[in-house]
Design a binder for this molecule. Structure first.
Ligand SMILES: [Zn+2]
Length: 379
């Protein structure tokens, strides 16, 4: 049907997916993310098979230029017969029309760019064109699992696209009043998770610690005290995040840059990114080298057709061994879900965290498979 590209059957010498992107002037942040997305199998196939056109046409969109350019670029990366680097200038023109922040040639943050891009693509292929007017529903009395399901259903009634199918998960945040024990839960969609770097002062840190730090209970006191619904007053509360629904593509962003606006700093870490089991498989990494004043982005991606890793440094693409993926520069990590049906149940363990309905349990302990180490605590 349609183009019906049989990329996997192609000769492994063909340059498919192994084409570089020209740097238009500090656009390495963009190139790095584009290569990570180009190596996201389901998103790539969505573009290659022109399914995005169906989504655009079905909704009689007036705006579809960003998706069109993104799809065109992905198609060129995967069908180009030469290994000459491609200029992403038409795509850049569209992303800056969508997000004027990207006008010009300043160095930008790759994670922020990814957010804008996915949001822009989603808006153009959203299967929902008319947002339903739904009266607010009182779901406070429902058990959390049911609440989570309802909130997810409500979200899909508004935001529903291939991009959402792939990248969006659901985060549960609960707030427990230390006085009366009242617990309120909120469910929010997420496009990526920003993980704090645990044990900043130490030499070695692994992702388990970062994941634990992200999901660890946090006491809100003093000026941060929230209002308890039952006490009707500001109370000391305990806040906790849990992942309610895991996305098909999990994007983890390592908070390497400090949020202090007066003095910026960056943490550099080594990442050992061997295949994490049992849930997710790493397939792409956006790397940042350098510091906050100046740096360079590259990408390491596993070619979905060849199953081998390649380094993408703007116009240069070179093979690399999977052991080299471990890097002090890993900044945004892309993982694909290996299991997504209820047949697979991960056993409960003391390290387990209750998650969504599809996968009953995830042992966070398993994240220890991806270690990373801090070699310079601060700049
Ligand atoms: Zn209370």
């Amino acid at each position: 049907t349609q183009i019906s590209l049989s990329f996997s059957q192609q000769n492994s010498k063909s340059p498919q997916g192994l084409v570089g992107l020209r740097n238009l002037g500090n656009t390495c942040f963009m190139n790095s993310i584009l290569q990570c997305l180009s190596n996201t199998p389901d998103l790539r196939d969505y573009c290659l098979m022109n399914v995005h056109r169906t989504d655009i046409n079905n909704n009689c969109r007036s705006q579809s230029a960003l998706m069109e350019e993104f799809a065109k670029l992905t198609q060129t990366l995967w069908t180009s017969v030469s290994s000459e680097p491609i200029s992403p200038s038409d795509f850049k023109f569209q992303i800056q029309r969508y997000a004027p922040k990207f006008v010009g040639y300043n160095q930008q943050d790759a994670q922020e760019f990814l957010r804008f891009l996915l949001d822009g693509l989603h808006n153009e292929v959203n299967r929902v064109t008319v947002q339903p007017r739904v009266p607010p529903e009182d779901i406070d009395h429902l058990p959390d699992s049911e609440k989570g399901k309802r909130m997810w259903k409500k979200y899909l009634e508004r935001e529903n696209s291939k991009v959402v199918d792939l990248f969006v998960g659901q985060l549960k945040s609960s707030l427990t009043c230390n006085d009366c024990g009242y617990c309120s839960t909120v469910f929010d969609p997420f496009w990526d998770l920003s993980l704090p770097i645990a044990n900043k002062g130490s030499e070695e840190v692994n992702l388990t610690d970062c994941m634990r730090l992200f999901t660890k209970e946090d006491v809100l006191d003093g000026d941060e005290k929230p209002t308890c619904h039952r006490c009707k007053a500001r109370r000391k509360c305990t806040k906790k995040f849990t992942i309610q629904k895991f996305p098909q593509v999990l994007v983890l962003h390592l908070k390497r840059f400090s949020e202090n606006r007066f003095q910026s700093s960056k943490l550099s870490t080594y990442c050992n990114l061997s295949a994490p089991q049992p849930m997710y498989n790493l397939y792409a990494v956006s790397n940042h080298s350098g510091n906050t004043l100046g740096g360079h982005y590259t990408a390491y991606c596993r070619n979905p057709s060849l199953g081998e890793w390649y380094s993408y440094n703007d116009s240069r693409v070179s093979p690399m061994s999977s052991s080299q993926v471990r890097s002090s520069d890993a900044y945004v990590l892309f993982y694909e879900l290996l299991i997504s049906n209820s047949k697979h149940k991960v056993n409960k363990s003391s390290n387990g965290a209750v998650i969504g309905r599809e996968i009953t349990f995830l042992c966070f302990y398993n994240f220890s498979i991806f270690y990373f180490f801090i070699y310079k605590p601060t700049w």
